[in-house]
Design a protein around this ligand. Structure first.
Ligand SMILES: Cc1cc2nc3c(=O)[nH]c(=O)nc-3n(C[C@H](O)[C@H](O)[C@H](O)COP(=O)(O)OP(=O)(O)OC[C@H]3O[C@@H](n4cnc5c(N)ncnc54)[C@H](O)[C@@H]3O)c2cc1C
Length: 397
């Protein structure tokens, strides 16, 4: 195993300490009340510790030239935060899924304008990304939210958005949301455009916050866009960017970083389960008994699976950081990890027996949390499609 640099080790230690004292308890409370943690003193304590480093680290930094520890560190810190509670980790301030979209597609001016707001850690700010619609989930090419270019009231171009988005993580609290729309559904993937919609823009309205089975530490929301007018500068990447199929490619490139990050979170959550069960086995089963030995064998198998999932996401990150294509590897990580993670929690529950299903214990909550993880960023079936398209060298892959 490679040795982590000193800063990464310090960061992980910091998260562990915060995790024990704040992140895990806040996550259990959020699950019980079905409400994300309030943005109060305790919340700010997490956000501002070490100059806000913890909350900033949770988002993935995809600068392609960075072959140093920092990018890998972000993912490892993300994994560790999710170990304590993924929902709370995602509720912490930062650009969220909007970050990769902005970094992949935004112009330098847009990156400066929308990402620099996160540098002031005394204020909690969020970003978000909205692709999913009532009739476009896995098949993102079917989005219908319409973008029309019109003449601005004071000259120059403006854009008008109309449509509905759903399941946008942290959209309800976001300072801005990257919204994917189409200039013409007939153009399919080639019609995709991304816009930054700022909070308070007339026509942008949150209509529903979902009650989820798990991962309740952060909210997912539906919103509508009704004649929502945006200045030309809010078209992500600018007009020149959207030649041929570049719009769709940009949205897909975003997933090449968010899929490994999703996997990192899953590995963190999955690790929490065998750790819990090991404590149980240590305390409850006789030292030399067969029952103990069988349980530990099952847990060893789980640890192997989680370790493999970690290597898969790190490999995908490393390829991206070194400027190489990681489409396959990002999908491998996302495809491989959900069953392994679900199995980790299910096996831990089995080992605890009836004690495991009590809803005042972590495992029952974890089971609901990890099930939901499989859906976002493309399900396993969708990842198989991605891999198949790559194998066939199909356009758009
Ligand atoms: C907690 C949570 C947070 C989310 N956050 C965001 C967010 O921030 N932004 C955002 O844009 N979206 C977000 N989503 C939405 C998520 O990306 C979608 O739910 C996901 O893309 C699946 O879409 P769907 O739910 O419409 O399912 P469907 O696309 O309807 O899929 C249903 C089932 O059919 C399968 N399936 C679909 N197509 C095929 C096919 N061609 N072949 C074989 N099987 C297929 C799928 O694998 C799945 O099992 C979030 C979802 C959740 C649960």
């Amino acid at each position: 195993m490679i040795e982590l640099d000193k800063r990464t080790q310090e960061m992980l230690e910091e998260v562990r300490s915060l995790g024990r004292t704040h992140i895990r308890p806040m996550g259990l409370e959020a699950d019980r009340t079905a409400m994300p943690p309030p943005v109060d003193h305790e919340f700010y304590l997490i956000c501002t510790r070490q100059g806000g480093l913890v909350s900033r680290m949770i988002g993935a930094d995809e600068s392609p030239n960075a072959l140093d520890w920092k990018p890998v560190r972000n993912f490892l810190v993300g994994e560790e935060c999710a170990y304590w509670d993924r929902g709370v980790a995602l509720s912490l301030p930062g650009p969220g899924l909007g970050g990769p979209a902005l970094r992949n597609t935004g112009t330098p001016e847009q990156r400066q304008r929308f990402l620099s707001i996160f540098e002031d850690h005394s204020k909690a700010r969020w970003g978000a990304m909205a692709m999913t619609e009532p009739e476009a989930g896995s098949d993102v090419a079917r989005i219908k939210t319409r973008a029309r270019k019109v003449e601005g009231k004071h000259g120059g171009d403006e854009w008008v958005l109309n449509g509905q988005k759903m399941f946008g993580s942290t959209s309800a609290r976001a300072d801005w949301v990257v919204v994917w729309a189409t200039i013409d559904p007939e153009l399919g993937r080639g019609g995709h455009r991304a816009f930054v919609v700022e909070r308070g823009t007339p026509g942008f309205e949150i209509i529903k916050i979902e009650h989820k089975m798990g991962s309740r530490g952060y909210e997912t929301a539906s919103f509508v866009l009704e004649d929502c007018r945006l200045p030309a500068e809010n078209l992500l990447g600018g007009e020149a960017f959207y030649e041929a199929r570049k719009g769709f490619k940009a949205s897909m490139a975003t997933f090449n970083m968010t899929r490994p990050l999703h996997t990192a979170h899953g590995v963190g959550m999955g690790r929490a389960a065998p750790d819990y069960a090991v404590d149980f086995v240590r305390n409850e089963y006789p030292a030399q008994g067969r029952r103990r030995q069988r349980a530990l064998e099952r847990l060893a198998r789980i640890r192997r699976g989680l370790h493999t999932a970690r290597l898969l996401y790190l490999n995908a990150v490393w390829l991206a950081k070194t400027g190489q294509s990681n489409v396959l590897e990002a999908s491998f990580a996302k495809m491989y990890s959900p069953p392994v993670i679900l199995d980790a929690v299910a096996t831990a529950l089995d080992i605890l027996g009836e004690a495991g299903v009590r809803n005042d214990l972590l495992l029952e909550k974890l089971y609901r949390d990890v099930k939901i993880l499989d859906i976002g960023e493309g399900t396993q079936q969708v990842q198989r499609h991605v891999v198949a398209r790559q194998m066939l060298n199909m356009p758009g892959s």
